[in-house]
Ligand binder design. Structure first.
Ligand code: FMN
Length: 343
């Protein structure tokens, strides 16, 4: 869905809820959100997901120290194009004052809101007190969130997990209440503990329990792999929307499938072979435009395997693409596959 289409879809909701903040109004529409994904949810991929129906997108997480030091990569990550209006910037760090300062800096890029990462479980991040490291001290996390909220005019949201693990009663419910009191505008809950990483199953019931004790929107995240999952996650938790990560990497059509099911009550047909090939080409071209060769080609590979899924001869096609570092070469491989398939 293009930004115009999203805004016109939202218009009746905005009119019906004139006193809600922009973010609450967006969440009143039960949005389907592209998750922050390191090295994935960049400008190119956000545009692809938006075109396929993602209603809000989030940048990959940005290290506050890199951002404040002027690191080129960090600055690139927060640069938002004109069509990136419904994109939030996610930041991470271990020092409340540096997070607040970085939020003020990121605010100048005019994102939809600032999201604080309190859920990254990777030891080199959580072990240093950033990401899920904040879950070790929920009181400190809330104080940090309050400081960030008070230092910017934009809404501030928090993305976190249900707890560190293996608690039997997760801190997320009490934490959600305290984050709301601190002025946080919305919370996304990845329904796993930090200790679980990406293993095991997400337990959406914790999102429901947290949602029950706050008025601010709660997004449910974790293991939403189809439009049917998205509908179940929203219905079973009463949450304000869903956030989708890994499935979007290989199948960004999930956003239009969610849109069809959640908005129209209809199942969307899966992508055709032609659409799959076209998306491979479009993503390759866009990434090479931004990153040049061979980097642009290489960093598209993680998507291509999923995009090609279900095509006859996909394994051979993937092998050929994996050996090719040039854009023209990849486009040629895809075109000749298409010609062979049509013959
Ligand atoms: C490759 C990859 C990169 C990720 N990068 C981030 C990130 O930058 N910030 C963040 O909050 N979560 C990040 N996550 C976690 C996802 O946003 C999401 O919470 C998690 O994958 C669970 O959702 P899913 O089951 O829909 O994938 C990342 C996950 C993956 C697989």
């Amino acid at each position: 869905m293009a930004a115009d289409a999203i805004l016109s879809y939202l218009e009746p909701i905005l009119v019906a809820h004139p006193n809600l903040t922009q973010l609450q109004r967006l969440y009143a529409a039960k949005p389907v959100v592209l998750a922050p994904l390191e090295d994935v949810s960049d400008a190119v991929f956000r545009r692809i997901c938006r075109a396929l129906g993602a209603e809000i997108t989030v940048t990959e997480f940005v290290n506050v120290e890199g951002l404040l030091r002027g690191c080129r990569n960090a600055r690139r990550k927060i640069a938002l194009a004109d069509d990136d209006v419904l994109t939030a910037i996610q930041i991470y760090g271990a020092d409340p004052e540096r997070l607040a300062e970085a939020a003020r800096f990121a605010e100048q890029a005019e994102p939809l809101f600032i999201d604080i990462n309190c859920g990254c479980w990777v030891p080199k991040i959580a072990g240093r007190g950033a990401g899920a490291g904040w879950l070790r001290d929920p009181v400190a996390m809330v104080a940090m969130a309050k400081m960030v909220v008070e230092s910017v005019a934009l809404p501030v949201t928090v993305k976190t997990r249900i707890g560190l693990g293996p608690e039997s009663h997760m801190p997320i419910v009490d934490l959600a209440r305290r984050l709301e009191d601190a002025g946080v505008a919305a919370i996304t809950i990845h329904c796993r503990t930090a200790n679980m990483g990406h293993s095991g199953s997400a337990d959406w019931s914790w999102a429901m329990r947290a949602r029950e004790v706050v008025k601010i929107p709660v997004l449910v995240n974790g293991d939403v792999k189809s439009a049917e999952d998205a509908a179940r996650a929203i219905d079973s938790t009463g949450c304000a929307g869903v956030m989708i990560g890994r499935r979007a990497i290989e199948h960004p059509w999930i956003f239009r499938e969610c849109s069809a099911l959640l908005r129209e009550g209809e199942a969307h047909a899966p992508p055709t072979d032609e659409e799959r090939i076209e998306l491979c080409k479009r993503h390759l071209v866009a990434n090479v435009e931004v990153r040049g060769e061979p980097h642009g080609v290489r960093c598209t590979r993680r998507h291509l395997s999923g995009y090609l899924s279900g095509l006859r001869g996909a394994a051979q096609l993937r092998r050929e693409l994996n050996l090719c570092d040039s854009l023209d070469g990849c486009l040629g491989i895809l075109d000749s596959y298409r010609a062979r398939a049509a013959a």
